[in-house]
Design a protein around this ligand. Structure first.
Ligand code: GAP
Length: 441
């Protein structure tokens, strides 16, 4: 069996986008109306994949941690919050417009800032373009709010509520997963740069003196996550972000960059936000957001370390890491070597032949049992068995279970096929159940 490496395949992006559409992972947003740039719809397998990544992230960074609390806050946030946090003045990208065709570009993405890459016309001067989406709220529409550009403010706005209701000591974290919206000047590269996306992140509240210790700790946990979710860690590289390129609120940022087929670009961020946010929201709201240390009797603004993860970029990095082509016998195949924990379908159950009722009946019985145990199990009796295996390989199903004549005639169990090796093993059902359970523990 020969395997091509991902990095050398220049058509890889096209192949992934096409597989995602063909097999029900990702479609253009509002496609039948011509599409809306920077939005993507997730089909049945895409929705499942995104959900499984979120669930694993929550496990890794919330439920398996001792002192991180999960919260969930609205995407509609009033203007006063963004004024206080600095987003209204500082959450922008540099933009350049062509004087001739009026196309707009991210200035920092242009090599030649004088000549339009689309029509060759003269480019205008650089301007700061704010990425926030304003919305009118209420029947008159004059209550001004913004769709959140980041989800972090939800954590800062609830700092006092959580202190008062949960009484945590420092350090502790507040985490959430939810939509963020950015009016990107030039959305591009599939799920990489979009206008609406799910963020998974937490604010870790600490004493100022401890910031370097926790920055290092979460840096290590981010690497563990990268491995756990199934991103090829050889394709991830850290970048120390320079002062000029850091977000306005950060004193230190490390970007975790990934080798996407279109270049090495940001996957995740780790930022030291100092006490910028709690201080700003204290001043903006008039509510005291300091922490009172019962032992030392000190009152102070905690500092914050923030690991931040885009769900869509995780999906893309997982797809790129998992996409494989090889030869099986004399046939080529495509498969997605997903970590079983995030695979949209865990097991597919087949009767060897569709026109043998005894095989179909037994396969349906096994399908029901496995579905009860593992949830994401499918039944397929359509087409020849080789085609059914290929269909499951292409969506990354780790195991296929086939009921054949030996199952019925000799009570010899079923065959279980492993996606990556293509090898089959005859096993009894209880053995299969305990093997698969062991893969999820
Ligand atoms: N609270 C910190 C924050 O929002 P960020 O670097 O602006 O930091 C965090 O965004 C993460 O969100 C990024 O590392 C990336 O994974 C994802 N992300 C940012 N902008 C995105 C976009 N336009 N489309 C898709 N994902 C995006």
């Amino acid at each position: 069996m020969s395997e091509k490496t991902n990095e050398k395949d220049s058509d890889l992006m096209e192949k992934i986008v096409s597989l995602c559409k063909r097999r029900g992972f990702v479609f253009q947003g509002s496609e039948i109306y011509g599409g809306l740039a920077g939005t993507w719809d997730y089909g049945p397998y895409g929705a499942e994949l995104a959900h499984n990544i979120k669930e694993l992230w929550w496990k890794h960074f919330v439920t398996e941690q001792e002192n991180i609390f999960g919260i969930s806050t609205p995407t509609l946030v009033p203007e006063a919050v963004w004024k206080a946090s600095g987003h209204l003045s500082g959450f922008s990208d540099p933009m350049i417009e062509c004087k001739k065709c009026h196309h707009r570009f991210r200035a920092d993405h242009l090599e030649d800032k004088k000549k339009c890459p689309d029509c060759g016309g003269e480019l205008g001067g650089e301007k700061a373009f704010n990425l926030m989406f304003p919305v009118g709220v209420g029947s008159s529409g004059d209550g001004v709010a913004y769709l959140r550009g980041e989800i972090a403010p939800g954590m800062f706005l609830n700092f006092k509520n959580v202190i008062d209701s949960m009484h945590p000591d420092l350090p502790f974290g507040l985490a959430q997963i939810g939509k963020a919206y950015r009016n990107e000047i030039a959305p591009r590269d599939f799920l990489f740069r979009v206008r609406e996306f799910d963020l998974m992140e937490f604010e870790y509240f600490i004493r100022e003196a401890d910031w370097e210790k926790y920055f290092e700790y979460w840096r290590g946990e981010m690497w563990k996550w990268i491995e756990r979710v199934g991103i090829n860690k050889d394709m991830v590289h850290e970048l120390e972000v320079s002062k000029e390129d850091r977000a306005f609120y950060s004193k230190r940022t490390i970007d975790f960059e990934f080798d996407y087929p279109f270049g090495k670009k940001e996957l995740y961020g780790l930022a030291y936000r100092t006490d910028h946010d709690l201080k700003s929201h204290s001043a903006g709201s008039g509510v005291d957001l300091t922490f009172f240390d019962e032992e030392t009797k000190d009152r102070f603004f905690p500092h914050v370390v923030e690991p931040s993860f885009g769900n869509g970029r995780t999906m893309l990095a997982v797809l790129v890491s998992a996409y494989k082509e090889d030869m099986m016998g004399d046939e080529s195949r495509v498969y997605l070597a997903f970590n079983p924990k995030i695979a949209p379908v865990k097991i597919a159950v087949f009767p060897l032949l569709k026109n043998k009722p005894e095989l179909v009946e037994k396969a349906r019985e096994i399908y029901k049992q496995l579905k009860k145990e593992f949830g994401a199990v499918v039944f397929d009796d359509n087409g020849n068995i080789g085609k059914r295996y290929r269909r499951q390989d292409e969506i990354g199903t780790p195991w296929c279970v086939t009921v054949d004549f030996e199952t019925i005639e000799k009570d010899a169990g079923v065959t279980m096929r492993d996606r990556d090796s293509g090898k089959q093993k005859r096993m009894q059902l209880p053995e299969i159940i305990s093997f698969i359970k062991s893969q999820f523990s």
